[in-house]
Design a protein around this ligand. Structure first.
Ligand code: KIV
Ligand code: ZN
Length: 389
């Protein structure tokens, strides 16, 4: 299958920062933005310039220090927000303004207190004003996942006519399920007469743990940008995780029509940097970047991987930036993994009898401890050797 390019729009510095407790200083944003550039993301959403003086300065600093990726600033569909975004992005090599307004009935009636006509007018005015500053304008229909499709078609068509080059369809509250969300993208593309003049994008939240699945369904149905964050950081349960989307596309090129320009070896360094800046460590069993993502404990798995990696691995740890996969010695581990770890740390046993004795002692200890470390092995082997003499 010939692969089209999928734009990776990283919003770690904006939606990720909206994770309670994850706010970042200007210097931290610059450090992460530089790493995102090494990762080769296409667009970095650096912040929300109208939110505070500090965020304005952060977006301005990121815009001035990033050269390859496009730098984006968020703005409500409000003139002052758009002007602040335009000012903050003035020094960027490639700049995008991302303006949004809510389109679901629950948001329009209860939050905006506006009727649909006024919402469309605001969207059009916002996109036009953004075009005064930049050619690259993204429009988001906030809460699109719960909006009336006919109203979405109307506002998307108007936003494209006003000059939006990217149309983002957010599942703001993580309500969608993959089949339905994919169909929504397909329906918007089919029912909006000028849809071929814009790139369609997904922005999925993870309230039901479906953000990545929904984003991939969007790609299958014609989205050519996904919005995501490192480690899936973001409001509430977070956003779609960049590393999972990128690796799903890479590993399953047989089923997806797109690939990215991400340097996958920079995934783990990016994850570690974001974790150290925010203090939010990914859980150990988190796909791709969790500490156990490439660790094998059970004897059957360890034996399989030692004989042929692909028995239990669908990608290489090194390809996403880990040094190597990891054999964890614990109570499920087998003799083969035990022997192989001893060899790795330079321990050669003089006889099979000593190995058998050491392995028996290892199993006894493993019943009492979660994980057996190299220092434990040294002690075990010494004891086994002494007894065998
Ligand atoms: O979740 C959302 O709807 C957003 C928009 C601002 C794109 O973050
Ligand atoms: Zn969001």
């Amino acid at each position: 299958m010939s692969q089209e390019h999928l734009t990776i729009f990283d919003t770690t510095l904006r939606d990720g920062e909206q994770s309670p407790g994850a706010s970042m200083t200007r210097e931290e944003k610059i450090r992460i933005a530089r790493q995102l550039e090494r990762l080769r993301v296409d667009v970095i959403e650096a912040g929300f310039p109208a939110a505070s003086e500090g965020d304005f300065e952060s977006v301005r600093a990121v815009a001035e220090s990033v050269k390859e990726s496009t730098v984006c600033g968020l703005a409500r569909a409000v003139e002052r927000d758009i002007e602040r975004a335009g000012e903050a992005l003035a020094g960027a090599a490639h700049a995008r303004i991302h303006t949004f307004i809510a389109t679901s009935t629950v948001h329009m009636e209860n939050k905006l207190r506006m009727g649909p006509d006024e919402v469309v007018e605001r969207a059009v005015a916002a996109v036009r004003r953004a075009r005064d500053f930049v050619d690259d304008v993204e429009f988001s229909a906030e809460d699109a996942g719960r909006s009336e499709p006919d109203f979405l078609y109307r506002i998307v068509e108007a936003a494209i006519d006003a000059g939006a080059t990217t149309i983002n369809i957010p599942d703001t509250v993580g309500y969608a399920i993959p089949e339905q969300f994919g169909q929504l993208i397909a329906d918007i593309r089919a029912n909006v007469p000028n849809s071929d003049r814009a790139t369609f994008s997904s922005h999925c939240h993870n309230d039901l743990g479906l953000a990545v699945a929904n984003s991939l369904a969007a790609v299958t149905n014609g989205a050519r940008q996904v919005e995501c964050t490192i480690n899936g950081l973001g409001e509430r349960a977070g956003n779609a995780a960049l590393e999972e989307i990128v690796m799903a596309l890479q590993v399953r090129q047989d089923v997806f029509p797109c690939n990215t320009r991400i340097d996958t070896t920079q995934i783990v360094p990016s994850s570690k940097l974001v974790a150290s800046v925010t203090g939010f460590q990914p859980q150990p069993n988190k796909a791709i970047v969790g500490a156990n993502a490439f660790a094998h404990e059970s004897g059957i798995h360890q034996d399989g991987v030692l004989k042929h990696r692909e028995t239990y691995e669908i990608m290489r740890a090194e390809d996403v930036g880990w040094n190597t996969n990891r054999m964890v010695l614990g109570k499920h581990s087998g003799r083969n993994a035990f022997k192989s770890r001893l060899a790795e740390i330079g321990i050669e046993l003089e006889s099979e009898a000593i190995l058998n004795d050491a392995f028996a002692k290892f199993k006894e200890l493993a019943d009492k401890k979660h994980e057996i470390f190299d220092e434990d092995l040294q002690t075990l082997v010494t004891e086994a050797g002494v007894e065998a003499e």
